[in-house]
Design a protein around this ligand. Structure first.
Ligand code: AMP
Length: 393
């Protein structure tokens, strides 16, 4: 019997929604309401393989979007048993998903000081959905929970310790639901229990992160206090010298928020290439000789390889390196360029398998002679959220 869960991912100007069978991961509905608060707010959804335009007024707010989503859900005839909400920041309190009550809502609001845009939008999504579905359990599933077992030596910054004690300044890690899914899928591919599975997992989408997972437990990850740290991303810079924001403020005469905008929205692949944040566009341009695109992809792969290499010491029982996310699942170029750095360590990529793994086709792309397998896995964060929500239904 189906166990349908409504999964909501509420951003500052968008709501991503789905109905997922928590037992199989199958989606009977997926959709997106976007540009909320703007004249061109709109909604699209897909059900039974058919893409459709939803009914959304101009300048729709979150409540209006949720009402329209509720109507679409009702029209499918599916009967949800729970609502799972993606929440970005769960601080140190939420080591796992939580049934929403007043104290959970207050904590999500509290952690908004560390992730203002995300957590406040997530909160709005939860309270609006509670009004729409008062009889269903609402479950908050946090991006940060998967990394709550990371040891202190990995999550502390070398700053005065009281900044951690008094203000919670530490690395938290994000993309936890995706890394959890990759771990579970890798365990299946390896035919091992999750608790015996050790991987380095690279989630490469618009946001990018790597996780070091030893015997089923996360030991380190590249994102930090916010999702800005670590790898080169679509528009985010990842690691930079910490003195740079202050230097840039002084040199360019910009405010703190303008510098934040520069590091989060104008940097990464977009900033380096001066062309695009889209990996597909950059690969095509690089093939046509665009120097900026070539440079951006080279820096992207080098940084990624450097992180993966550093995690080889964090994951002594390594079973596999795993790629996921829009870039990781589809770009044979990024995978082969990154893995070429590991040739002297015995890793070897099978070009035919690498080229074949895209658009949802996953599996091993390493040669038989490779020291370890290299997997491509299509992530399914919604399924993780649905499965965790179902435990409270
Ligand atoms: P996500 O955030 O997981 O949806 O991933 C978005 C990123 O995946 C964008 O940079 C896209 O350019 C990239 N992407 C999607 N499909 C492909 C593809 N076929 N080849 C290379 N990159 C892709």
């Amino acid at each position: 019997m189906k166990k349908n869960v409504v999964v909501l991912n509420c951003g500052s100007s968008s709501v991503k929604f789905a109905i997922i069978d928590a037992k199989t991961g199958e989606a009977s509905l997926t959709g997106l309401a976007e540009n909320l608060g703007n004249a061109d707010s709109c909604m699209t959804f897909k059900t039974q393989g058919k893409k459709q335009q939803g009914d959304l007024v101009a300048n729709a707010n979150h409540a209006q979007a949720l009402k329209a989503i509720q109507d679409v859900i009702a029209s499918t005839g599916e009967k949800p048993v729970a609502v799972g909400h993606r929440v970005v920041h769960g601080g140190e309190r939420f080591k796992e998903a939580a049934l929403v009550d007043n104290s959970v809502l207050a904590a999500i609001e509290d952690y908004a000081s560390m992730s203002p845009l995300h957590n406040m939008a997530n909160l709005k999504g939860i309270t609006t959905a509670q009004a729409a579905y008062p009889d269903l359990p609402h479950v908050a599933v946090f991006d940060t929970s998967f990394f709550q077992q990371v040891p202190q030596r990995a999550y502390l910054y070398a700053l005065p310790k009281k900044l951690y004690e008094e203000h919670g300044i530490r690395s938290y890690g994000f993309h936890g639901t995706s890394h959890q899914f990759i771990l579970d899928s890798s365990a299946s591919l390896l035919n091992k229990p999750v608790s015996e599975t050790s991987i380095i997992s690279a989630h490469l989408g618009n946001g990018c992160s790597v996780a070091a997972i030893e015997k089923g437990i996360a030991h380190d990850t590249s994102m930090g206090f916010t999702p800005l740290e670590g790898l080169v991303m679509g528009t985010r810079c990842g690691d930079i010298d910490p003195s740079l924001p202050g230097t840039l403020q002084a040199k360019l005469g910009k405010s703190v928020s303008e510098i934040n905008d520069l590091l989060n929205k104008q940097s990464g692949l977009l900033g380096l290439s001066e062309l695009s944040n889209d990996c597909r566009t950059l690969e095509e341009a690089a093939q046509n000789g665009h120097e900026g695109a070539k440079l951006a992809l080279e820096v992207f792969c080098y940084r990624l390889a450097k992180y993966i290499a550093s995690y080889l010491i964090v994951v002594p029982s390594l079973d596999a390196i795993v790629f996921t996310g829009g870039i990781g699942e589809n770009s044979s170029y990024i995978r082969s360029t990154t893995m070429a750095y590991f040739a002297h360590l015995g890793f070897s990529i099978n070009n035919d398998e690498n080229l074949a793994k895209r658009f949802g086709t996953g599996g091993n792309i390493a040669h038989e002679c490779s020291s370890k397998p290299v997997f491509v896995v299509a992530t399914n964060e919604e399924w993780v959220i649905a499965a965790q929500a179902l435990t409270f239904a």
